[in-house]
Design a protein around this ligand. Structure first.
Ligand code: FES
Length: 113
């Protein structure tokens, strides 16, 4: 059974599924937000790109399964849930609902900053 069509105007496309190879992430800027789009074994997840501990960009981190390790101080997060997996990070990263349709990765529209 296929997913129902996305309601026009309620979701925004971030990238093509071809833009993110399995085990990698890309950074996407949308409506003033910096987001990281992850491909975990063909499943797509979106989080804030900025590490909650400092200036690290999670799309540039080391990805092991569904864990991303920030390359600044080696803190880590669960890509699926945003939960902290390793210190010095203390605050989870924000995650977003994701829909994949017609080869593109969508999240709900963000409030414009
Ligand atoms: S900036 Fe990410 S762990 Fe410190």
């Amino acid at each position: 059974m296929s997913a129902p069509p996305l309601a026009a105007g309620n979701w925004t496309a971030l990238c093509s599924t071809h833009d993110v190879a399995p085990g990698f992430a890309v950074k996407v800027e949308r409506d003033g937000a910096e987001l990281a789009v992850f491909n975990v074994d063909g499943e797509f997840f979106v989080t804030d790109d900025r590490c909650t501990h400092g200036p690290g960009s999670l799309s540039e981190g080391c990805i092991l399964g569904d864990i991303v390790e920030c390359d600044f101080h080696n803190g880590a997060f669960n890509i699926r849930t945003g939960a902290v997996e390793a210190p010095p990070c203390m605050v989870p990263i924000r995650t977003y609902p994701v829909r994949v349709q017609e080869g593109r990765v969508f999240i709900p529209l963000l409030p414009v900053k």
